[in-house]
Design a protein around this ligand. Structure first.
Ligand code: GLA
Length: 403
């Protein structure tokens, strides 16, 4: 853990969280901390984690910063720079979700999970700032939940292991009504700098897969929000059900078995496109890891494009704007691109060689963003680096400052 004698040494996002804390609660006590919880981008393995198949995301260098201090009262107070207003208060103990899409649902989910698993002696006062685009497929909501959960636990001197966290985190998200898997949480807590994270489920395990040093990842926001716990919640859950319907029709008992069997028979593929997607996307994860190991950017790019076609045509979860962005990225010289995250808008991930990356970004700026009104390019088109997760290398991830 770094210790700073001056808050000025904090990153701009951490600094904003610290400033917001001061505004909301007054001068920070000596127990004050600012922790960093990153977002994630999924390289490959989309809509298969909740079928317990392996995926390949990475934590990114965009994050939520949570400034906090223990409080005597058995309540969590929190305020967000993005939302504004005065702090909201949530009493520790069992929670009931508010309306779908309410940001506090993720905080309630954190309080509920922490209280169910651990004995909490303190509440916290917290302030949140973020440089992670919201509802964009970069897991801002899971990062928000994990930021509050870790702050609450650390304020109670509880430092959970990654396995302990992964026991409860995927389930926690069900509180907001999405039947997702554990990919986002694994990437957010367990990623290593400079590497993607090969995450396996049932049983959970993870392994860093180093990224070739001359590859660069560009995130391009389509401008369409994709709030998976709000309007898109039912559509997201339907994708899962469609895959399961195909699994039942196949007569197999799990997707692990279906994956081991290889490509699905043509009639099943045609009748249950979501089933075909799951089996083939799982194979693409393996192929992508091989391509990364060989530094074969052209092959990796083609794998991303095949994934996008499957998400667009079989799951029907892309949008015309996202499809155009994928095409534009390739036309501008990217080796591959695809929608990333839950879908229904949000971001595209493009990959290219380090040497070409600025030229490609510049071309995409002219090709896609020049035609959009109201999209600030520096906020919507940015390179991402594979960063450490919230529970990895605390010397990089957490900061404490002298009040
Ligand atoms: C969301 C969910 C993840 C995963 C992706 C799609 O991000 O939270 O668990 O299902 O969608 O791959």
């Amino acid at each position: 853990m770094f210790s700073y004698s001056s808050p000025a040494a904090l990153s701009p996002t951490a600094q904003s969280a610290a400033n917001l804390f001061r505004q909301a609660y007054g001068p920070p006590p000596s127990s004050f901390r600012v922790d960093r919880v990153p977002g994630r981008v999924n390289l490959i393995g989309e809509h298969i984690d909740y079928h317990s198949l392996p995926v390949l995301p990475m934590a990114i260098d965009r994050q939520i910063a949570v400034a906090y201090a223990p409080a005597k009262a058995a309540e969590l107070r929190t305020v967000s720079a993005a939302i504004g207003g005065s702090p909201d208060t949530i009493h520790l103990g069992s929670q009931t979700p508010g309306p779908p899409g309410d940001w506090l649902n993720y905080v309630r989910a954190a309080v509920e999970a922490a209280g169910r698993r651990w004995r909490l002696r303190h509440g916290i006062s917290a302030a949140i700032a973020s440089d992670l685009p919201l509802a964009a497929g970069l897991s801002s909501s899971s990062a928000l939940m994990i930021a509050h959960l870790l702050a609450l636990l650390r304020a109670n001197d509880i430092e959970p292991s990654i396995d302990e966290l992964m026991d409860i985190l995927p389930e926690t998200e069900h509180f907001v009504g999405t039947r997702g898997g554990g990919m986002d949480h694994a990437a957010i807590v367990a990623s290593s700098p400079g590497a993607a994270l090969h995450v396996r489920f049932a049983p959970f395990s993870f392994e860093p897969v180093p990224l070739p040093e001359d590859w660069r990842f560009l995130v391009a926001h389509s401008g369409m929000h994709a709030e998976k716990s709000g309007a898109m919640r039912d559509a997201y859950n339907r994708v899962k059900q469609a895959g399961l319907a195909g699994l039942r029709a196949s007569g197999l008992t799990s997707f692990t078995e279906a994956r081991a069997n290889g490509a699905a028979p043509p009639d099943l593929r045609e009748k249950y496109p979501a089933f075909a997607h799951v089996v083939e996307e799982a194979a693409r994860v393996d192929q992508a890891i091989v391509a990364m190991g060989q530094g074969d950017l052209a092959a990796f790019g083609q794998i991303l494009l095949a994934s996008h076609r499957s998400l667009r045509d079989r799951l029907a979860i892309s949008t015309p704007a996202v499809d155009r962005l994928v095409d534009d990225a390739v036309a501008c010289g990217a080796d591959g691109a695809r929608m990333t995250g839950a879908g229904f808008g949000g971001c595209v991930l493009a990959v290219c060689r380090n040497t070409d990356c600025h030229e490609i970004r510049q071309a995409l700026k002219g090709r896609y963003y020049a035609r959009q009104t109201g999209l600030n390019v520096s906020e919507h088109l940015f390179f991402v680096q594979a960063s450490g997760g919230a529970c990895i290398q605390p010397s990089r991830g957490a900061t404490s400052i002298d009040a």
